[in-house]
Design a protein around this ligand. Structure first.
Ligand code: F6R
Length: 241
């Protein structure tokens, strides 16, 4: 495990983007695993800047996102598909056919989860996976539990996640209760993994995940076992390590 400490959110975001920049420069047809949430927004801004200055080309890149709310289609402003279009895809030269996100609008969970695992498999796995960390240690929407789920599955969001994500919705009742998420097996199968963590609110869980025991009750702790895992965190997020 490599830990890179930065002063603040801005420098964390730039550092994470530069790691992705190196990945795509060295392998232009990279498969990037992507995340949503507040943590990677700055990383996406820096990637857009690198693209706009002509230094980064996404034309051969393929992407697989971690997760999507069940019941939300791509046109829904709260969907992760919408988030990704807004923050990244609409601002770079990625081929629309190269973008993969679970289809939240498919009500048949087993069909959609199987389809998504096949997509990841057909791409030959993930070269670099970008992650955030939930306040309860979730990665993707792999919530704390008795085991590490291997493949894509439909998960019930915990109260802590609903509480944390309600900021994006008008009312807490509007937060979807279920999501489709890539499994821990697919995440751990990525050749390299970069996590971004920022702010005091993440300090406690960062300590539990990376200085504590490996347990499915803290799903991110499994990343301690990954051969090429980099945590890019600002001072506040790393303050308890
Ligand atoms: C989102 C995702 C989640 C977030 C996590 C942290 O695609 O996979 O695991 O990374 O909930 O969210 P933020 O960054 O908003 O604190």
């Amino acid at each position: 495990m490599r830990i890179l400490e930065t002063d603040d959110y801005g420098s964390m975001s730039r550092k994470a983007a530069w790691i992705i920049f190196s990945q795509v420069t060295l392998k232009p047809d990279s498969v990037l695993g992507l995340a949503t949430g507040s943590s990677p927004i700055g990383t996406y801004e820096e990637l857009v800047r690198l693209f706009s200055s002509g230094d980064l080309d996404f034309s051969k890149v393929k992407t697989v996102n971690l997760d999507e709310y069940k019941g939300l289609g791509p046109e829904d402003p709260q969907s992760y598909r919408y988030f990704m279009n807004y923050n990244l895809f609409s601002k770079i030269n990625i081929n629309q056919d190269s973008i993969n996100i679970p289809r939240g609008e498919d009500p048949d969970a087993s069909r959609e989860c199987l389809r998504y695992d096949r997509v990841i498999e057909s791409l030959g796995g993930i070269d670099l996976q970008l992650l955030g960390i939930g306040r309860n240690g979730h990665i993707g929407f792999n919530e704390p539990g008795d085991s590490f789920p291997k493949s894509t599955h439909c998960t019930a969001l915990t109260e802590s996640t609903i509480e944390a994500n309600k900021r994006f919705f008008e009312r807490v009742q509007d937060v979807p209760r279920f999501a489709y998420t890539m499994g821990i097996g697919s995440i751990m199968g990525a050749k390299s993994i970069v996590m971004v963590a920022s702010g005091k609110a993440k300090a406690d869980i960062v300590k539990k995940a990376f200085a504590g025991p490996i347990t499915p009750m803290v799903p991110a702790s499994v990343l301690q076992l990954h051969p090429c895992f980099t945590l890019v965190g600002d001072k506040e997020a790393l303050s308890q390590l």
